[in-house]
Design a protein around this ligand. Sequence first.
Ligand code: SF4
Ligand code: SF4
Length: 128
Amino acid sequence: MKAWLTFSPSIVNKAIISNLVKNYDITFNILRADITPKGGKMLIEISGTQQKQAVEFMEKEGIHLNPINKVVKKDEEKCIDCGACISLCPVEAIKPAEDWTVEVDDLKCIGCSFCTNSCPTRAIRVME
Ligand code: SF4
Ligand code: SF4
């Protein structure tokens, strides 16, 4: 699952993430992070057998968790492989393939919609 974690100033200095990785059977990837002593946000991707327990632990420790349930879809009939959407994607979910067509990786997408407005043929859409 992918989710935004929000840290309040009171928990920024707690070793929540290191305890999480140490104590639960999960793989934890940080996709983006913007955290200062005043608090902040982190975009994460977690997988593994103890995801549910890991989420419960984070919430118990005071992290506000906002799961991302959006997926991006590209209409192959409409896409002209112009590449206009590639550089706009903050998580590199859109890439050129070896044959120079444009590929979209649903699993990496965080549903930001930056790509949708750039598409000249309206071939790319974000859905719940
Ligand atoms: S919605 Fe955002 S994250 Fe998903 S493919 Fe488009 S630009 Fe990338
Ligand atoms: S901007 Fe639209 S047409 Fe161009 S590569 Fe992306 S999805 Fe295809």
